[in-house]
Design a protein around this ligand. Sequence first.
Ligand SMILES: [Zn+2]
Length: 486
Amino acid sequence: MAQKFEKKEITKKSKNFSRWYTDVILKAELADYSPVKGCMVIRPYGFALWENIKSALDGMIKSAGVENAYFPLFIPESFLKKEKEHVKGFSPELAVVTIGGGERLKEKLIIRPTSETVMYSMFAKWIESWRDLPLLINQWCNIVRWEKRTYLFLRTTEFLWQEGHTCHATHVEAKKEAGRALKMYAKFYQDHLAIPGFMGKKSEAEKFPGAADTFAYEMLMPDGKVLQGCTSHDLGQNFAKPFKIQFQNKKGKLENVWQTCWGLSTRSIGALIMAHGDDNGLVLPPKVTPIKAVIVPVLGKNNRDVLAFAKKVQNEIEKKDSEFSGRVEIWDSPQQTFGWKANEAEIRGIPLAIPVGIKEVKDKKVTISRRDGNGKKNESSSLNNVGETVERMLGKMQKSLLREGEKFLRENTHEVKNYQEFKKVMREKRGVIRTFWCEDPKCEAKIKEETKATSRLLPLDAKEEKGKCIYCGKKTVHRWLFAQAY
Ligand SMILES: [Zn+2]
């Protein structure tokens, strides 16, 4: 490995948000641009983060009785055409294989932009009676949707995700499952990634192609735009009919199944970076960080004592049962300076850093610094208690990141009285606007044209109220959330 003494420079978050975002990803070595335009390479540190996200979410998916499976990357073109809205929605972004093994294929193969059609052709084969229901399947895989403009983690031609697909005997059950998946994602974002957000239903214009209803979890980013963190769809019988996914009910009659699908992707890493990072780099929530604490020895005359003490600190932390999965590392390489290592730990967003020098060895005490605290949340601990202190500090940090996010979301969610005010908010500070909308797509299109904001969600907990559409003045009953979106 080349010597690395040079301090890595990162554009300030407040100065240029999108440059900062890219700088952090490249310098924290989460990902890199690839030789294939539109695609990215996820580097080991970024992939370790994805593996932690995946493992936590996979546990939640399995505990709901959903089983993992794997379906082919290729989809026959005719499958995709079976559901009209679906093919219409996806055709601009499809990658198509026309030649295989040196020969022109009789039927073109589509590289999956999502797996509904290939899965549902199999579900039709597997489901015969009510006894086969519910069918609950999830797949972790890669997806290809052709993109012209790339934004690392947020918009790339190929990305990784999980897609859950379920079949039910009744619409009530399917709706319940779509709701369960949405709440699971919200809980995952809040408990693990420490990002608050809104749960709700999408407008007609923002709906998934082929869904009866689409639900999403949306989070406000520091630049005032919102990011859709996942989706959950009630598919009704829109796919069951063309794919003939039928079951014999208890009375012996054939019926179409009711379906849902739901997904979360590597985009969640983009959310994580934007929501918590600062001028010095990443800030990773303890629940998903690949490294929870780094011990940095101050090397000098008494290296042996210092390194032995560093090892003791590591052992003390590692022997404590922990709800945080990350590793505890000692960065003892003599090739880099202490300052470089401290800087690197910051850029990589490692929650806790523990410098160890001869003073610490003598006192049998360490000072632990918290990545999110600007030095104000540091704590000292004796060697004997270091395991407990670390665990407690990680717990506090996890909670504090969510609390900070909640405060930001509260302060940047606005109720506006009229369209003038709406425009002013979008022009000057952005954020989320909660306001009455008549649900007419024409009003939504005009609002988008004039303010760049679109309807994001009808919140799940929205009450019926009397109001007038912010754009056309027509009487309506619901306040929707509007924002500019990623
Ligand atoms: Zn209107």
